[in-house]
Design a protein around this ligand. Structure first.
Ligand SMILES: CC(C)(COP(=O)(O)OP(=O)(O)OC[C@H]1O[C@@H](n2cnc3c(N)ncnc32)[C@H](O)[C@@H]1OP(=O)(O)O)[C@@H](O)C(=O)NCCC(=O)NCCS
Length: 159
């Protein structure tokens, strides 16, 4: 039997629909308008979906995930989220690295995403990975208040 430390580092591997409930639970802790388990089930079986999870080693729980959709030689990160108790431990970084390599390996040449302009954590993460702002959609996201938040469109070339 392996004696795992209390918080052994998660390992990264591709995930599928069997993780839908866990993805929905993490999404609910991360966004004002979370996606439901059924939304994830649909995404996982849709053509072009590409997803990786950070799996906590001891109990095999999901600590975070990233989900992209591929169309021709482009892809879009649809969502990335890390469970609150695992944040600031390098999990999103560990997810993005193999995810980007994996997309490049199947000849995806450009990766896009949209991020809430006020989400400083996510913007810093993406900038670390060389994403650059290529557009802005004003009044795009519903927020908990009455204001609509702007979305920044970011791009990173992979090939
Ligand atoms: C954004 C998110 C995925 C980052 O996950 P994480 O595992 O904590 O990120 P990491 O530990 O890999 O951090 C990588 C870098 O991101 C930036 N970052 C992460 N959290 C940050 C925070 N709270 N404030 C400022 N910068 C932050 C830093 O540049 C950090 O590098 P550093 O630790 O060397 O300073 C996580 O905060 C999350 O799930 N947020 C809610 C969902 C969300 O906003 N997703 C993005 C939607 S576009």
């Amino acid at each position: 039997m392996i004696n795992w430390p209390a918080k052994a580092s998660p390992f990264i591997r591709p995930i599928g629909a069997e993780r839908s409930a866990e993805c929905a639970a993490i999404h609910a802790t991360s966004f004002t308008y979370p996606w439901q388990e059924a939304d994830f089930e649909q995404l996982f079986v849709a053509p072009g979906t590409f997803a990786d999870g950070a799996i906590e080693a001891k109990e095999e729980h999901l600590a975070g995930f990233i989900l992209s959709r591929i169309a021709a030689d482009e892809a879009e990160i649809l969502t990335i989220a890390v469970a609150p108790e695992w944040r600031r431990r390098g999990i999103a970084t560990s997810l993005l690295k193999p995810h980007l390599y994996g997309l490049a390996a199947i000849r995806v040449s450009r990766l896009f995403l949209e991020v809430d302009a006020e989400n400083t954590a996510a913007r810093a993460l993406y900038e670390n990975f060389g994403f650059e702002q290529v557009g802005e959609r004003k009044a795009y996201y519903r927020t908990a208040g009455t204001e609509l938040a702007a979305a920044l469109v970011m791009r990173r070339d992979l090939l």
